[in-house]
Design a protein around this ligand. Structure first.
Ligand SMILES: [Cu+2]
Length: 496
């Protein structure tokens, strides 16, 4: 297991040197036995290829907290953003990648003035929030031109679930480039009545490859399989360290903000207890050795270290085939150290974890309709062409913002079967209307709650139950491998 993408998308090692323009690349093996890419700097000391140090204490993004029912923030989108406090050529919000963490409460208004300092359009998506998709709320059809500003007003309803959400650009044709460059931030809805923890941390995962002038461009092959960065970052840092004392109760708000990777996370020598999925606290916590996150998914976990030591938190990226097992580009398949947990203090016996109040249960009303839709991906025959010889879409059609693909009556509760006849798994994301996963072709255990991203197995299907009981308006559903979305794997839905 090495930290290399599959052979089909291998890119120049020299690219990873772009961050601070350091010397010659050499493959080294780190202290933990992981193969890493290193460079020899002027001192002759091996350094990470990125120029980013490893082993620094995990940093928290700046927190911007609402007061008296409102959070008013300026978000400036621009290149030249820092990573983990170190100068870099990432793109960021207010000069950093990730951007600030926005913390609000149910009933608050989020007022964002977004200024576009890029040379291409951008916009803002509040991923997972159950808010209006219309006007200047969470509207994915808005494009903000270079040099322009836009005032978003997002009303978070009373009774909105408390949990972990996030924000990122969603301008069609630009979303993958911009997320890969570093444009992502956490959005936390806080509520009273949750048990106290010793540390409540956002752990936002991105990946990127930085060239000398900025983020590396994707190639047709990497777009087909979903681009993957050479650097896997946590809060913009490379392999940071979470410090804690044995016995402390840690809440980690894990956000998969990578462009394409489905990740399985594993903490050495410690079980993790999953208490929330996609911003909703689960009716029953589950404890296990791993948690799996498709692109866009979040999960909140509790960890209580019980002994002193240093324990790697690893991330295994699922292998992706663009064209099946017989050929074509592939990516993933490797395991990397994402961070390390470093604990001190005396060993202590395990103690019980507190119970968190469950989020809202899925609507139990009768199902009033059913639909079937299918991911489509194949060699271009014209319609839906991405210009690279591949066609991406739903039901044989590429995204067209003027066409309405699904018209749903407000108040309907529908059962959707999303099929995937393609040779790669696609994460399905629906804006504004979270869904219950009733079943999938892989037999994945269900959670009896609502979520907003589900991985649809290659050659398989998922069956969803979707209450369209709030938030009338027009929005989108799409693949959360954002290269696929930008190439047309997105469609429109109007609820009203
Ligand atoms: Cu996809």
């Amino acid at each position: 297991m090495t930290g290399r993408p599959g052979s089909g998308v291998r890119v120049s090692r020299r690219r990873a040197l772009g961050l601070l323009g350091l010397g010659t690349a050499a493959v080294t093996v780190g202290a933990a036995g992981w193969a890493t890419l290193g460079t020899t700097g002027t001192t002759g000391t091996p350094r990470p290829s990125s120029g980013l140090p490893t082993g620094e204490p995990l940093a928290a993004p700046t927190e911007l907290v609402s007061s008296r029912g409102r959070l008013a923030v300026d978000l400036d989108v621009a290149p030249g953003a820092s990573l983990g406090g170190h100068p870099a050529s990432a793109w960021g919000y207010n000069g950093t990648s990730p951007g600030p963490t926005l913390r609000v409460r149910p009933g608050d208004e989020i007022a964002v003035r977004l200024r576009n300092g890029l040379d291409r359009p951008t916009n803002l998506h509040a991923h997972g929030l159950r808010v209006s998709p219309q006007g200047n709320s969470d509207n994915p059809f808005i494009h903000i031109a270079p040099g322009e500003a836009f005032d978003y007003r997002i009303a978070v309803p009373d009774g909105h679930p408390a949990g972990t959400f996030w924000y990122h650009p969603h301008a069609h044709g630009h979303a993958a480039d911009q997320l890969f460059a570093g444009l992502a931030g956490a959005l936390v809805v806080d509520a009273a009545g949750e048990p106290p923890v010793s540390q409540d941390r956002v752990l936002l995962i991105t990946d990127t490859t930085l060239d000398t002038g900025g983020p590396a461009a994707a190639t047709p092959a990497t777009r087909m399989v979903g681009r993957q960065g050479e650097l896997l970052l946590l809060n913009g840092q490379h392999q940071p360290v979470v410090h804690a004392a044995a016995g402390e109760l840690l809440r980690w708000r894990l956000i998969n903000a990578t462009t394409s990777r489905t990740l399985t996370l594993h903490l050495d020598a410690h079980p993790v207890t999953r208490i929330a999925l996609d911003g909703i606290t689960l009716p029953a916590a589950t404890t296990g050795d791993t948690v799996r996150l498709a692109p866009g998914n979040r999960t909140d976990v509790l960890v209580r270290p019980d002994r002193p030591g240093t324990f790697p938190l690893t991330a295994t990226t699922e292998l992706r085939h663009a064209m099946g097992m017989m050929g074509g580009p592939t990516a993933g398949g490797q395991t990397e150290v994402l961070a390390r947990l470093a604990t001190d203090g005396a060993a202590r016996p395990p103690s019980p974890l507190p119970t968190f109040p469950a989020g809202p249960a899925p609507d139990a009303g009768a199902t009033s309709g059913a639909r079937r839709l299918a991911f489509t991906m194949g060699m271009s025959g014209g319609m839906g062409s991405d210009g690279q010889g591949m066609s991406f879409g739903f039901d044989g059609r590429a995204f067209d913002p003027r066409r309405t693909d699904q018209a749903v009556a407000l108040g309907a509760v529908e059962e959707w079967t999303v099929t995937n006849p393609t040779p790669t798994a696609h994460p399905f994301h629906l804006h504004a209307w979270p869904f219950e996963v009733l079943a999938d072709s892989a037999g994945t255990p269900t959670t009896d709650t609502l979520q907003d991203v589900v991985l649809v197995p290659a050659g398989g299907w998922v069956r969803l139950r979707i209450p369209f009981t709030a938030n009338p308006g027009r929005s989108v559903y799409h693949c959360h491998i954002l290269d696929h979305e930008d190439a047309g794997m997105m469609a429109t839905i109007a609820v009203g």
